[in-house]
Design a protein around this ligand. Structure first.
Ligand SMILES: [Zn+2]
Length: 502
């Protein structure tokens, strides 16, 4: 049997507002003792009233605008009723019928992944179950943290795309500076709904997967406890295989929630799925409906910045970066900004040399991205730092590139200089002179060294003349050694060829 894989994502992200969603408690509880960031409101004491956080609402709208959603000018909060120890009020304030944002899409390399909705709600507390103890612990510091939930249409077809979606979404949350979205910290939590349907027996219409003819749709399974991007891909792949096997053996699948177990690399049954009716949603009576004016939406829209997908396209068009390089550079806004600053310095420089950016951009952008991605990343990784920590100004980085570009230094000297710049933030030209790394480029000087090397290696010269031209590499190596690595290797090769062929 041939199946289509049908995946929809639900992603929760905690907003990094100063205060919680409906009270004034500090929303940053990292490192705080349990239950110290709480008040009667987020503990759900009788008689308290929620007061919505304006910043959280504006950020939700901002995110919706960034993802091309329709912003519902009339919106409201609803109560989602269920009992769980980490939910002090016995209900969660969420949005059911009218979320702040509807529709929209997220672009991944030209493929638009349709979004159903983005709504705002409050997070729950956290329970821990100490091993070997007959009690559980509860920490309500997280209760009431603003939480945005994004739901996609069931339009994702591969585990890889599910992972890419989560990665791009995290980048967007960070670009907009509204969430740290750290998956390991639980600040971003990805859930995948997966079902397998026989090819040709289903269609996607009005946001729903529908059967064709008398085909009975296979139920979807919701995957939880996914703590990394790698786990998104692994969990989906595992679940697809599990469902395939179950279907092949005639086992009837049920709609259920399964948890990903990182150690065993398997998904395990948690519970059979509740439906929205189980939650007895009703409008939150303590918060009046919200109305946005067109003007308010425009004011929020004015704060929208260029997001990674658009930036990637622009980096390719404007700077001539290849797609892989552009993807790496835009993955982090600080890195993208740094790269752009370096490139604009190079652009001014090449113009000051009487050339044009258009003519030299491929060469210069490639050079800069090579040094940024391979060389600079090596230092960042070795020092466990990010681009935010570096001492090298974009101006100095660009200057190093111009030294390489003009053949004033060779690549091994450039790496040495970059190491010094990384440690001290120095100016590359100063380092070049201090360490005597300027490339030997003078033809007469190089010819003299080449002649002495040739005289000292008559066997290799004879081999070359007998047709074994690859011994030239050995001779270049000797010249590089003689000049302590400072000779221009390209030029040395040319000179050796010229002398031996004459
Ligand atoms: Zn509170």
């Amino acid at each position: 049997m041939e199946y289509d894989i049908i995946i929809g994502m639900e992603i929760h992200a905690e907003l990094k507002t100063k205060s919680k969603m409906f009270c004034r408690c500090d929303n940053n509880a990292r490192g705080a003792d349990p239950n110290t960031k709480t008040c009667p409101i987020c503990l759900g004491h009788p008689g308290t009233l929620p007061y919505p956080n304006q910043q959280a609402i504006e950020w939700t709208v901002l995110l919706g605008l960034g993802l091309h959603c329709h912003i519902n000018e009339f919106s409201k909060f609803d109560r989602k009723n269920y009992f769980y120890p980490d939910l002090p009020k016995g209900y969660q304030i969420s949005q059911f019928e009218i979320p702040f944002c509807s529709g929209g899409w997220l672009d991944i390399d030209g493929e638009k992944i349709a979004i159903t909705r983005i709504h705002l709600e409050e997070d729950t507390g956290k329970s821990t179950h100490p091993a070997g103890k007959n009690y559980s612990l509860i920490d309500l510091n997280r209760a009431g943290t603003p939480l945005i939930e994004l739901v996609t249409e069931p339009v994702i077809r591969t585990a890889e795309m599910a992972k890419k979606f989560c990665q791009r979404y995290q980048q967007i949350l960070r670009y907009l500076d509204i969430s740290n979205a750290d998956m390991e910290q639980g600040e971003m939590r990805c859930e995948a709904n997966i079902s397998l349907q026989e090819k040709g027996k289903w269609l996607y219409e009005d946001g729903l997967i529908k059967p064709v003819g008398d085909y009975k749709l296979n139920p979807k399974v919701e995957l939880k406890n996914i703590n990394s991007f790698r786990a998104v891909e692994k969990a989906v792949l595992y679940e697809v295989e599990r469902q395939k096997k179950a279907l092949a053996s005639g086992e009837e699948l049920r709609q259920e929630t399964r948890g990903w177990n990182e150690e065993s690399g398997k998904t395990v049954h948690q519970r059979f799925k509740e439906t929205s009716a189980d939650y007895r949603y009703f409008p939150e009576p303590d918060i009046p409906p919200l109305k946005f004016s067109g003007q308010m939406i425009l004011e929020i829209k004015a704060k929208l910045i260029e997001l990674p997908s658009e930036k990637k396209i622009r980096f390719i068009d404007e700077y001539g970066f290849d797609a892989i390089t552009a993807e790496i550079l835009v993955s982090d806004k600080a890195l993208a900004d740094y790269a752009e600053h370096v490139v604009s310095e190079l652009e001014s420089w090449i113009v000051s040399c009487g050339d044009t950016w258009e003519r030299q951009k491929n060469k210069l952008a490639k050079l800069a991205s090579n040094y940024l991605i391979s060389e600079l990343f090596k230092h960042l990784k070795a020092n466990n730092q990010t681009i935010r920590d570096i001492k090298i100004s974009a101006e100095n980085f660009a200057e190093l590139m111009t030294l390489v570009y003009q053949d004033k230094i060779n690549s091994s000297a450039a790496q040495t200089i970059l190491g010094v710049m990384y440690a001290k933030g120095s100016d590359p030209t100063d380092v070049m002179y201090e360490l005597g790394l300027e490339q030997m480029d003078d033809t007469a000087v190089l010819e003299a060294v080449v002649n002495s090397v040739l005289a000292a290696n008559p066997d290799q010269v004879a081999q070359y003349k007998a047709g074994k031209t690859n011994v030239a590499q050995f001779l270049v190596g000797r010249v590089m050694a003689e000049t302590k690595g400072k000779a221009n290797p390209k030029k040395v090769q040319e000179i050796i060829g010229k002398i031996l062929k004459s």
